[in-house]
Design a protein around this ligand. Structure first.
Ligand SMILES: [Zn+2]
Length: 155
């Protein structure tokens, strides 16, 4: 089950008041997005567990690794001040979101595309140089999300 590391989004004592607000909003938005793409989580004292991989994906049509559902089981989504934008680690299956996303005005649809983009990096079964073309195709055509599939030019 993908794990949303909630504590990483919870403001700490050394966060400035504006940052604390922004982290609370980002957590709320990430939870809405994961509810939308995966379904109801199990809430635990250490974070939220999302059992179902993003709905609407297809191994064949989207050229995904056949074990993409088990990769979802291992995925951990965290906030990390050491990251600026968004990253996905192919070895640990960690997705980190950074400071760039501490802005209340980021549309939910755009943030959803970022979360999907990073997860798809972990599961597309094409050469690395073709990842972005394939990820954009999946977001626009496979999943049918409107507008620019990569609105922030996420790596
Ligand atoms: Zn990318």
């Amino acid at each position: 089950m993908a794990f949303l590391y909630v504590d990483s989004f919870v403001p700490g004592g050394d966060d400035l008041p504006g940052v604390a607000d922004d982290k609370n909003v980002l957590l709320k938005h990430i939870r809405l997005i994961l509810l939308d793409i995966s379904g109801q989580p199990t809430i635990t004292s250490y974070g939220d567990l999302y059992p179902k991989p993003p709905r609407g994906l297809s191994v064949r049509r989207d050229k995904l690794r056949s074990n993409y559902k088990s990769i979802w089981e291992e995925t951990v989504i965290s906030f990390d001040f050491a990251t600026y934008g968004a990253t996905a680690n192919h070895k640990t299956f960690e997705i980190n979101l950074g400071e760039f996303f501490l802005k209340k005005e980021i549309p939910l649809l755009d943030l959803k595309k970022v979360v999907l983009h990073e997860f798809l990096h972990l599961v597309v079964d094409v050469p690395r140089s073709m990842h972005h073309g394939q990820i954009n195709t999946i977001i626009s055509h496979g999943l049918g999300l409107r507008g620019d599939p990569n609105p922030f030019g996420t790596d």
